[in-house]
Structures are given as structure tokens and as C-alpha cells.
Design a binder for this molecule. Structure first.
Ligand code: SF4
Length: 528
């Protein structure tokens, strides 16, 4: 274990403090890149009555050692509270595997945690926040909303009342949904008002020199939410409304962060960076400081040649854009129209500066036909012909639409395996020296789709799947043992869409339904 070389570890001795096990339901390298997890670690430890220690998985499948904290090696069950941020659906399986390895029953209804003197398990993040029906089968409390307003309230109450009594006291108030649900009315999503006032880490843990792609960068969040509200995008729906950090505060964090972490690179976190009103000003500020920068998500229609030039000067090697579809009909349906000409123009700007272009395409949109995908292949062929004779000038990542709760696509049907594989084959035929196509495995996406629109039965499935080892191939075995039809969940989601009655995200369910009607209309997929 390399942790003795780790930078940024908090070693806190604190008599009588609330001890929080901050569990990241994946491996260390994923935890390092989670700005949400980094912020939680330092936010909790900034409170003088809390000590937080980190737990990560040793792998994402297979047998797991009993989890021990990275700071002191203490076991999970020795803490007062277990707090778990969940960003991806399959993180639940790793969480369940880690609980099992710690000797803790992953299913809440079987756990009797309070009676057994175990710490309560609290989960938060976009996945449980938008569909607590699965989370509440595993956790004792689900946080519905953002960490900054909710976590301090939780730990303060836990410190004063004891963790289990705090759960009782907070349950069903805005942002706090008890395990098993049962509030009578939906729990309101809670969000952080001003980002300048919100906690943001300066020091960030990592293992220096580990070679992790983003490991040598200071991560800073510039804004939250996205004004485009594409109809499949759960992050944009969960992070409503759009909020920005002031440029002065961003640059103040950058100055402190690069110094505290001994790095010269900054990773700018944003769902759509150039929608941030001070994006150019911040990039110029980084250039003036002689820093390098990485910007993950770029909405293609906010790019221009000057911006691509600025990114190149900041050392960015790849321009990533996600058109999702090249079909004018389907783009209107999903609310995201970045068509071939625009992509070609951006690619030209990037190639002239020696950069690569990464494109994301989505298969299985409502109303999509084989003919649509053939037109994508023609578009990729055209791009290839325009590309410079450079290895991997274009990298294409293909993913199926995984319909997410509380988005208009929650009503969509998940693509079947045959269509997905046939359509990915069509796209793969465009591969050449300059263009590579990578497609997400159907099995992985299928498992995500089962969990995304799941219910309490899916929580039982996750626990059983984790007992078997959590490998993708073991999902169906676990389902067979329980007599559960995973195709039903993957294709259409849990009957009755229980999440609709559990949370109030800040917009009405009727608006989501209306937007879905529009999707069908625009895609020419009525009845589909
Ligand atoms: S532009 Fe990207 S981040 Fe914004 S809503 Fe669309 S998919 Fe989500």
C-alpha cells in the first residue's frame, strides 16, 4: 500500500469527537478524482467536533478485505457514522461488498444497526438523490440534495444527539429521507445557494508521482448545473439551478491550491465550462500565472477558435465534445443539436493545434433507426477524410442511453442488446488509423439501467449480487435466485416509478411527462 507517500492526509486527534467513516464506493484512484469526495473529507475535518477518516475499496469486483481507514487502519464498525457519496449506479454494489467485508449486512431491513451498535449508513449524491427507492433499501438515511447545506446539519445533530437519534430527528425534513422511505409526502431537494460561500478544499489528497491522469492537478469547481438541460442529463436536473463561483474566488482557490499541493496544473470542474460567464477571464488568469489547465466538458456550441487556442496554450491535448447524435430529428428530441458541420469546424481548430478530438455518441435514443446510425457512420467517415494523418486524431466513445429518473427520458425504453451491438458494429466499421471507436459494454450499461430506475427489490438484488462478488456476469445469477426479472427494470424501470413519490426535485413530475411527450413527437416515435 502506497498510502505513506500520500499528500494531504488529515491526521486529527480529537477526544470526544464524532467519528465519521467517509466511504468511497470504488478504488483509491477514483476517490482521488472525485472533487465531491475531496471536499467532503476536508469539510468534515474542518469542523472541530468531527474527525473523518477515508475508506476505499481494494477492487470493484471480487473478494474484499475488511475495510480499514486509510488514516489509522481503524475498522469501519468502530465509527459513529458511515457517510457514502454515490455518483454512479454501480457504486452501490461496491458499497454492499464493502459492508459485507466489514461484517455489516448491506440490506437495511435486515440490519438492525441501532440494536447491534453499528453506525448508521448515510448515502448522498445525484444517484440516490434522484432515485432514493434503491438507496433507501440499503441506507439508513438518504441525503436528497447537495452536501454543503446537508452534511453539516447531519453531523451537528449526530454529535449532539448521537447518530441514530439524529437520524430520527432529521428524517423527512427537507433533504433527509429515512431508509425505507415512508415520509408520507415527498422530501424536498436542498441545494447550496451561493458557491462563493460554499466550502471548497484547498489541499487535496493524492499520491504524488503516481502517474494518475488527473492526479497532479488541483481540482476547482467553477460553476454548478448546466443551462442546456438536455432531456437525458440527470446531472443538470439534479444540480438545478445554475450557479457560478465568482472569478475572484476561483482564482483565489487556484493560487492557494497550486501552492498547497505543489502542482502546476488545474482541473476546472464544470458541466459545461464555457457557459460559465467568466470562463475566458479565468483561463487568461491561469495563462498569466504560467499554469496548465484541463477542462473536461465542453459544450460544442460555446466553443470558438480563440477558446480552442487558449486551451491549447494551457496544455490541453484533447478537445472533448458530445454531439450524442448527428440526426437533426433526434437532436431536437433530446434538446442537444451539435451537428456534423459544427463538429467538423471544432475538429479543424483542434487539429491545427496538434490536439486530438474526442466525440461522444449515444445509441438507443427514442425513435432511432438503423438509418440514423448509418448517417452517423457517414459523418464519421467525412470527419476521417478531413483529419490530419495522425494516429487517433478522432476518438469516438459510444454509449447507450441509460434512462435516468426525474429526466424526461425516465419513460424511455432501454435499447435491446441486438440493436446495440448491430449499431456499434456499424460505427466500428468507420475505424481507421485516424479514427478509433470504443463502445461501452452492453452488460455494463444494462446493469446501470437496472439500478438507475430500480426500487427496493433492486436493493435486494444489489445485496445478493454483492454476496456473489459483484461481477457483471453475476447480476443475472443473483436475479434468478431472487426470481426477479431484470429485463423489466432495464427496459422500462420499476413499476409505478416510486421515486416520483419520494422526492420533490424542484420541478413538477407533470413537466417531465410533458417534456417526454415532446421527445416522442420530435423523434417521430409516438407509441415507442
Ligand atoms: S450540455 Fe452536457 S451537461 Fe449540459 S445538460 Fe446537456 S448533457 Fe448535461
Amino acid at each position: 500500500m502506497v498510502r505513506f507517500r500520500e499528500h494531504g492526509v488529515v491526521r486529527k486527534k480529537c477526544r470526544g469527537c464524532l467519528r465519521v467513516a467517509l466511504l468511497y464506493p470504488s478504488v483509491y484512484s477514483a476517490a482521488v478524482h472525485s472533487l465531491a469526495y475531496q471536499n467532503l473529507y476536508y469539510m468534515l475535518n474542518s469542523l472541530d467536533y468531527v474527525v473523518a477518516e477515508r475508506f476505499v475499496a481494494s477492487s470493484t469486483t471480487g473478494p474484499e478485505e475488511p475495510p480499514r481507514s486509510l488514516e489509522t487502519g481503524a475498522p469501519l464498525t468502530g465509527f459513529d457514522l458511515v457517510l457514502v457519496p454515490v455518483s454512479y449506479e454501480l457504486d452501490y454494489v461496491t458499497l454492499a461488498r464493502m459492508l459485507l467485508a466489514a461484517g455489516v449486512e448491506p440490506l437495511r431491513s435486515r440490519r438492525r444497526g441501532g440494536e447491534q451498535g453499528l453506525p448508521p449508513v448515510v448515502v448522498g449524491g445525484p444517484v440516490p438523490g434522484m432515485n432514493p427507492a434503491v438507496a433507501s433499501g440499503l441506507a439508513d438515511l438518504v441525503l436528497v440534495g447537495e452536501a454543503e447545506p446537508l452534511v453539516p446539519r447531519l453531523v451537528e445533530a449526530a454529535y449532539e444527539l448521537g447518530a441514530w437519534r439524529a437520524l430520527e430527528a432529521l428524517s423527512c425534513s427537507p433533504g433527509f429521507l429515512p431508509g425505507g422511505g415512508g415520509c408520507g409526502s415527498p422530501v424536498e431537494r436542498v441545494w447550496q445557494r451561493g458557491l462563493d460561500e460554499a466550502f471548497h478544499s484547498t489541499v487535496q489528497f493524492r499520491v504524488p508521482g503516481s502517474g494518475e491522469p488527473w492526479g497532479e492537478a488541483y481540482m476547482v469547481e467553477v460553476n454548478r448545473g448546466c443551462p442546456h438541460m438536455c432531456r437525458f442529463c440527470m446531472e443538470a436536473h439534479f444540480l438545478l439551478p445554475v450557479r457560478s463561483r465568482s472569478p475572484g474566488r476561483v482564482l483565489e482557490l487556484v493560487d492557494a491550491g497550486v501552492e498547497a499541493n505543489g502542482v502546476r496544473r488545474v482541473a476546472l470542474y464544470s458541466l459545461s465550462f464555457f457557459d460559465y460567464p467568466w470562463a475566458d477571464q479565468v483561463l487568461e488568469g491561469l495563462l498569466d500565472r504560467g499554469l496548465e489547465a484541463t477542462v473536461g466538458s465542453l459544450r460544442a456550441d460555446t466553443l470558438n477558435e480563440d477558446r480552442v487556442e487558449m486551451l491549447a496554450r494551457l496544455g490541453q491535448r484533447v478537445v472533448t465534445v458530445a454531439p450524442e447524435t448527428f440526426s437533426p430529428r433526434l437532436c431536437r428530441a433530446i434538446g442537444k443539436c451539435i451537428l456534423g458541420d459544427k463538429v467538423g469546424e471544432i475538429a479543424g481548430w483542434a487539429w491545427r493545434r496538434g490536439m486530438h478530438v474526442k466525440l461522444y455518441l449515444m445509441l438507443g435514443l427514442p425513435g432511432e433507426t438503423r438509418g440514423d446510425v448509418e448517417s452517423y457512420a457517414r459523418e464519421l467517415g467525412r470527419l476521417s477524410r478531413e483529419a490530419p494523418p495522425r494516429r487517433e486524431a478522432i476518438r469516438v466513445s459510444v454509449n447507450p442511453l441509460v434512462p435516468k429518473p426525474w429526466t424526461p427520458m425516465q419513460y424511455a425504453r432501454f435499447i435491446d442488446r441486438r440493436s446495440y451491438e448491430e449499431r456499434t458494429r456499424l460505427l466500428r466499421r468507420t475505424q481507421s488509423r485516424v479514427l478509433t471507436v470504443e463502445a461501452l459494454s452492453y452488460r455494463y450499461a444494462y446493469a446501470q439501467a437496472v439500478v438507475a430506475r430500480g426500487d427496493e427489490n433492486v436493493a435486494t438484488l444489489i445485496a445478493e449480487w454483492a454476496r456473489l462478488g459483484g461481477r457483471l456476469g453475476q447480476l443475472k445469477t443473483a436475479a434468478r435466485r431472487l426470481g426477479l426479472d431484470t429485463d423489466l427494470y432495464a427496459e422500462r424501470g420499476a413499476p409505478g416509478k416510486p421515486w416520483l413519490g419520494m422526492v420533490r426535485p424542484g420541478y413538477p413530475a407533470a413537466a417531465v411527462k410533458k417534456a417526454w411527450e415532446y421527445v416522442l413527437e420530435a423523434a417521430g416515435a409516438r407509441g415507442g
